[in-house]
Structure formats: structure tokens, C-alpha cells
Design a protein around this ligand. Structure first.
Ligand SMILES: Cc1ncc(COP(=O)(O)O)c(C=O)c1O
Length: 380
């Protein structure tokens, strides 16, 4: 549609970007009935995808906010500390992931956030935490919210995977909406790289939810002063694609169905990998021969075969693969095992053991399961 529309121009956008795109982006993350939007308390600017939104937000805070320390989860997306440090903030970390349970270190998180100085900024992954795939439950989010508001900590949400965690755009925004509903301030960085597949178009938005409409006007004006010397104004094409889809109810519905299909496919890959690891034997052919042996020789010889486990499981508990959500699984493989899989099986992943479930298919799951099995049995 955009290409065929000959009246389209390639003029510069305003410093704050495409107005429709900004309005629709705020609506997408905060909800159409958000009180903050209805009361005009949100200042939204189009930025260069998620990274650019985080950077503009960071620079704005370094210039105008009274507390320049930002707490980021440990671990987090590798670019977070660099983006915020170069923006002029001091990055500290809070405990997030417990390697023992391969789940959330909720106690550690609460303790570290409690000991942050009043007013400090806290970076929160809105959903589908990268790299762990571990998110707080809604009850835990509520406790985090209460603690943060009681200490006047400033939430800075990073939403790079809205729709990818549960398959529902609204469900994946629940953490953010809980904080908006209490009337307090927050920053919100949105990326359309993954959920609209617009990686290279660099489409994103920064929204600042303010205490009043008056403040939102001033904040927007200051954001322009941050953006103008950085890149003057944002790119047109990607934002036009997003605005066109968000505006048109038929296209919007089609997009949400596609998102759900993507999220479901990722969930199915999790199940397939988990099941493959559960039945992984020394090798498929050996397992097949072993099964034959058990069925035709051992079973007739034994009264009871209950104690015989002839499907060798991959050692370890792999249930985190189905418990974690979103694109990534934090496998728990160590860097030696990752290197072994690279050398012996040509499987490439980050050295912290993170894999992208979106990159897997039913065809490649058996090869990955073989490699994991070999890695954890050879290198403990
Ligand atoms: C947590 C998180 N935030 C932000 C981003 C930024 O992505 P982009 O700048 O491509 O939108 C990513 C990308 O991987 C991410 O995982």
C-alpha cells in the first residue's frame, strides 16, 4: 500500500517523529482506555527502535533527573549497561536470576531494590526477559510495584517483545499497565523489531508518563533538545508501516493472529526440545538397537521390567525450557559446553548458553538435542 501510494513524499519528519505513530504506540502499550493517555500525561517520541528509545530516555534522565543511578537486572541484555553509561547514568545491578533454580531470584531482587537510594531509576523488562526468559508473576509484579512506589524509585520499562511472551499484546503489557494505573511516573521504551519483524527499519518509541498534562508538554520540549543534536529526526518508512497497520482494524487483527502463531510456534519448539532431551539416548541408532534388545530379549526374560529405564534421559533437569517464556531459553549450559557444541556440532549461541527458540524448527531440534546431550555427558 505504501509503495503504491504515489502521493507519498520523502520529506523529513518532525523531531518527535510521526504523530500518528506516537499516539498509536502509546495506546498499544498502555491500553486504549489508559487514564494517563486520556489525561494527556504521556509524552511520546519516535526513536531509533528499542536501543534508540533507551538512549534518548537515558540522556533525558542524565540531564534533568535528580538521581543518576540506574539499576539493571543481573543478567540483562548486553547493551543495557553501555547505553545507560554512555548516556551519562551510573549503572548498578540488582539480582534477578537464580542459576540453581533457573528461575527468578525474587528475594534477591526485592532486597537489592529495597537498598537502592530513594529516587533511583530501575530498568524493568516488560515481558520475556532477555536473556533468561524468566518473568515475575503478576503477584510478584504487584509486590515490585508497591516496593518501588514506596521508595519513589523511577521505573524505566524496556518492551522489546510485546506479544511474543504470551501471544497476546494486552497480556504482555500487564506489568506496565499496573504501574500506569497507580498514577505514578515512568519511562517506556518500545521496539517493533521483533513483534513486527521490522528489525532493520529501526522503529521504536519512547513514552514518558508524567504527573500532569502540563509537565508532559515540558518533557516533550526537552526531549526535542536531546534528539535534535543526536540525529535531528527519525526515519519515515518503518513508522509509516507501523502506523498503517495499527490504524486499520483488519490489518491489526491479521497482525495479532500472526503474532499469536509465532508465539505458539516458539512454545511448541520448547516442548519439542524438552521431549527430545528426555528421551535422548547415547545416539539414535544405539537407542533403537537397545529398544529392540529390551523388547525381544530382556522383557521375555524378566518378570517385571518396571525398573528398566531404556530411554536414557539427558542428565539434569530441563523443565526450565518449558517454564521460561519468549524468544530465549537460558539453557544453563556453561561456556565450555557451548564451545564444545560449536566445535563438534556447529551449533552457535552466545557463550552464556542463551538460545533463540525462534531459530529452531522440528527438523533441527534432534540435532540440537544430540549436541546438548553430548555436551552435558562429556563436560560436566
Ligand atoms: C531487552 C532488549 N531491549 C532492547 C532491544 C533493542 O532492540 P532494537 O534496538 O533492535 O529494537 C533488544 C534487542 O535484542 C532487547 O533484547
Amino acid at each position: 500500500m505504501l509503495i503504491q501510494n504515489e502521493s507519498r513524499v520523502k520529506e523529513y519528519l518532525p523531531i518527535t517523529g510521526l504523530a500518528d505513530f506516537n499516539k498509536l504506540s502509546a495506546k498499544l502499550i498502555f491500553g486504549a482506555d489508559s487514564p494517563a493517555i486520556q489525561e494527556n500525561r504521556v509524552a511520546t517520541v519516535q526513536c531509533l527502535s528499542g536501543t534508540g528509545s533507551l538512549r534518548v530516555g537515558g540522556e533525558f534522565l542524565a540531564r534533568h533527573y535528580h538521581e543518576r543511578t540506574i539499576y539493571i537486572p543481573q543478567p540483562t541484555w548486553g547493551n543495557h549497561p553501555k547505553v545507560f553509561t554512555l548516556a551519562g547514568l551510573t549503572a548498578r545491578s540488582y539480582r534477578y536470576y537464580d542459576p540453581a533454580t533457573r528461575g527468578l531470584d525474587f528475594q534477591g531482587l526485592l532486597e537489592d531494590i529495597s537498598s537502592a537510594p530513594s529516587g533511583a531509576i530501575v530498568l524493568l523488562h516488560a515481558c520475556a526477559h532477555n536473556p533468561t526468559g524468566v518473568d515475575p508473576t503478576l503477584e510478584q509484579w504487584e509486590q515490585i510495584r508497591q516496593l518501588m512506589r514506596s521508595k519513589a524509585l523511577l521505573p524505566f520499562f524496556d518492551s522489546a517483545y510485546q506479544g511474543f511472551a504470551s501471544g497476546s499484546l494486552d497480556k504482555d503489557a500487564q506489568s506496565v499497565r499496573m504501574f500506569v494505573a497507580d498514577g505514578g511516573e515512568l519511562l517506556m521504551a518500545q521496539s517493533y523489531a521483533k513483534n513486527m519483524g521490522l528489525y532493520g527499519e529501526r522503529v521504536g518509541a519512547l513514552s514518558i508518563v508524567c504527573g500532569s498534562a502540563d509537565i508532559a508538554v515540558k518533557v516533550e520540549s526537552q526531549l526535542k533538545l536531546v534528539i535534535r543534536p543526536m540525529y535531528s529526526n527519525p526515519p519515515l518508512h518503518g513508522a509509516s508501516i507501523v502506523a498503517t497497520i495499527l490504524k486499520d482494524s483488519a490489518m491489526f487483527d491479521e497482525w495479532t493472529l500472526e503474532l499469536k502463531a509465532m508465539a505458539d510456534r516458539i512454545i511448541s519448539m520448547r516442548e519439542q526440545l524438552f521431549n527430545a532431551l528426555k528421551i535422548r539416548g547415547p545416539s539414535v541408532s544405539k537407542l533403537w538397537m537397545f529398544n529392540l534388545l529390551v523388547h525381544f530379549l530382556l522383557i521375555p526374560l524378566c518378570q517385571s521390567v518396571d525398573h528398566l529405564s531404556y530411554h536414557a534421559e539427558t542428565p539434569g533437569d530441563w523443565s526450565h525450557i518449558i517454564k521460561q517464556i519468549g524468544m530465549f531459553t537460558f539453557t544453563g549450559l556453561n561456556s565450555d559446553q557451548v564451545a564444545f557444541m560449536r566445535q563438534e556440532y556447529h551449533i552457535y549461541m552466545t557463550s552464556d548458553g542463551r538460545i533463540s527458540m525462534a531459530g529452531l524448527s522440528s527438523r533441527t531440534v534432534p540435532h540440537l538435542a544430540d549436541a546438548i546431550h553430548a555436551a552435558v555427558t562429556k563436560l560436566k
